[in-house]
Design a protein around this ligand. Structure first.
Ligand code: SPV
Ligand code: MG
Length: 431
C-alpha cells in the first residue's frame, strides 16, 4: 500500500479539501499533517480554532487514515519520518511565495523517487465565502485584541511594521516573502505617532489629536486582521489617558506604548538636541496604574517606554525605571536608543533580564539597524518594531515622481517605476 501525504492549514473544511482527500485516496493510504499554530502564523494567518480542534476535525473526516502534527511549513521532518510515495496539494503552490514550499517538497521527494500530485485549486463562491468568514472573525475586536499576547507565546520574536492608513495596513497584512527557502511575514502593526503625524503634514508633538489618531486606527482595522500596537506618545494627562485606554480596548487595539516624558513631547530621534522633559517615576507609575485599573479585559497591554538612554540619563536610571514601571503594572517595557551601535540596548536587555525573566521587552531599531531580530531575541527582546520605514521609503519615491513630471511635462518617464493599476486593484479586497 502506498502512502499519500497532505498538509492542511485550515480552520474550516470546504469542498476544496474534500476534493484533495478524494483524489488522494486513489493513490493509497492518506496521512494528513495538521500545521502547528506557530508554523501557521508564520506562513499563513492566525488560526481561529485551536490546534487540538483542528486535529480532531481532520481526524473525523472520512477517507483520512492517520493525522499527525506538522510543526514547520517546510516538509523536512515529516518526509524523513513518513517517506510518503506521494505528496498531494492544491496547484496554487505552483506560483507566488508558496512555490518555495513546493520546491522544498520536490527536492526531498527526489532523493527516493516520491512524487508530487498537484490538484487544480478549487476557486468558487463557497470557498471564497468560507475564507471571508475566517478573515471577518479575525478582524473582530475581541479576537484581534488578544492576539498580541497569543503571539508572544508562540513567536520567538514578534515583528511589527509601521502603518498609517488602510493601504499601508494592507502591506503589513499581505506581504509574504520567500527568502533563502524560508517564508516570512509581519505579525503585527505599529501605529506610529511620527508617521501618523507626518502623513498629515504635522510635527510629531502630540498635535494630531486622539480623535484623528483613532480615525487612523479605524482605517487600518477596517481592512486588516493583524494585531495593533498603538503609539500613545506620553499618554497625556492621567485623567485623559484612562479614556484613551478604554477607547483603544474597545477598538480592538492590543497594546498602547506610552513614554515617560512630560510637557511638550518631541520625537525621540531628536534626543537632547531639543528640550524634552522626562516624567518622574512616581507620576508615570501613577499613570500606568490608572490605565491598568480601568481596562476591561485581560487582553490589553500597557507598555512603558523608557527615554533615559535617549535623554542621556544613563543605564542605571533606565533600569530603575523599568523595574518601577513593571511594579506599577506595565505589561511590557520598551527601551529606546538613537545610537547606531546597539550596545546600550543590549546592555539594558541583559541587565534587565538578570532580575526579570518574564516581562516582554520591546525595541525600535531605527538607528541601531544593523542588528538582526534573532540577535535581539538572544538578548531577551520579544517585540521588534519597524517604526517608520514604510513612510521613509514612500516619501522619496513620491517626491522623485513629482519632480520628474515637472521636468518632462508628461508622465511617461516615470511609468516604469509605477505599480501597474491592475496590481493596486488586486491589493484591495472587495466584498
Ligand atoms: C514613532 O514611531 O512615532 C516612535 C518611535 O515613537 S521614534 O520615532 O523612534 O521615537
Ligand atoms: Mg512616537
Amino acid at each position: 500500500m502506498k502512502t499519500v501525504y497532505s498538509c492542511f492549514t485550515t480552520d474550516v473544511i470546504h469542498e476544496g479539501h474534500l476534493n484533495i482527500i478524494n483524489q488522494a485516496k486513489k493513490y493509497g493510504r492518506l496521512v494528513i499533517g495538521v500545521l502547528s499554530d506557530e508554523a501557521m502564523v508564520k506562513f499563513d494567518r492566525f488560526p481561529t480554532v485551536s490546534f487540538d480542534e483542528r486535529f480532531e476535525m481532520i481526524k473525523n473526516l472520512e477517507g483520512v487514515d492517520e493525522v499527525i502534527c506538522q510543526s514547520d511549513i517546510m516538509y523536512n521532518d515529516v518526509i524523513s519520518k513518513y517517506k510518503p510515495d506521494y505528496v498531494i496539494h492544491g496547484d496554487n503552490w505552483l506560483s507566488g511565495p508558496t512555490k518555495a514550499i513546493r520546491n522544498n517538497v520536490e527536492s526531498l521527494l527526489s532523493t527516493y523517487g516520491g512524487e508530487i500530485i498537484d490538484v487544480p485549486y478549487t476557486f468558487n463562491e463557497n470557498v471564497k465565502h468560507v475564507d471571508d468568514k475566517i478573515r471577518e472573525k479575525l478582524m473582530m475586536p475581541e479576537f484581534r485584541r488578544k492576539r498580541l499576547k497569543q503571539l508572544l507565546n508562540i513567536r520567538p520574536v514578534v515583528k511589527a511594521l509601521e502603518v498609517h492608513s488602510g493601504l499601508t495596513g494592507l502591506i503589513a497584512e499581505k506581504t509574504v516573502v520567500e527568502h533563502e527557502g524560508r517564508l516570512d511575514q509581519f505579525d503585527a502593526m505599529w501605529i506610529s505617532s511620527l508617521c501618523d503625524s507626518t502623513a498629515k503634514g504635522k510635527p510629531d508633538i502630540e498635535l494630531v489629536d486622539m480623535t484623528s489618531r483613532f480615525r487612523t486606527i479605524e482605517d487600518v482595522t477596517e481592512v486588516t486582521t493583524k494585531p495593533i500596537i498603538f503609539d500613545g506618545d506620553t499618554g497625556g494627562l492621567t485623567e485623559h489617558f484612562v479614556y484613551t485606554v478604554r477607547s483603544l480596548e474597545r477598538m480592538g487595539v492590543s497594546a498602547v506604548i506610552i513614554e515617560d516624558k512630560t510637557g511638550l513631547k518631541k520625537n525621540s530621534l531628536f534626543g537632547t538636541e531639543v528640550a524634552q522633559t522626562q516624567d518622574s517615576i512616581e507620576n508615570f507609575s501613577n499613570k500606568i496604574r490608572a490605565g491598568k485599573k480601568v481596562q476591561l479585559t485581560d487582553d490589553f497591554m500597557i507598555i512603558a517606554r523608557i527615554e533615559s538612554l535617549i535623554l542621556e540619563r544613563g543605564m542605571e536610571d533606565a533600569l530603575t525605571r523599568a523595574h518601577a514601571f513593571v511594579e506599577a503594572g506595565a505589561d511590557a517595557i520598551m527601551i529606546h536608543s538613537r545610537k547606531k551601535d546597539p550596545a546600550e540596548i543590549l546592555e539594558f536587555c541583559d541587565k534587565f533580564r538578570l532580575d526579570n525573566k518574564e516581562t516582554p521587552i520591546v525595541v525600535v531599531p531605527s538607528s541601531f539597524n544593523t542588528i538582526t531580530e534573532e540577535e535581539l531575541a538572544m538578548h531577551g527582546v520579544n517585540i521588534v518594531i519597524y517604526a517608520n520605514q514604510l513612510t521613509r521609503s514612500a516619501f522619496p519615491a513620491m517626491e522623485e515622481t513629482a519632480k520628474d513630471i515637472l521636468r518632462y511635462h508628461r508622465a511617461k518617464e516615470v511609468d516604469d517605476r509605477l505599480m501597474p493599476i491592475k496590481d493596486i486593484i488586486s491589493l484591495i479586497d472587495t466584498l
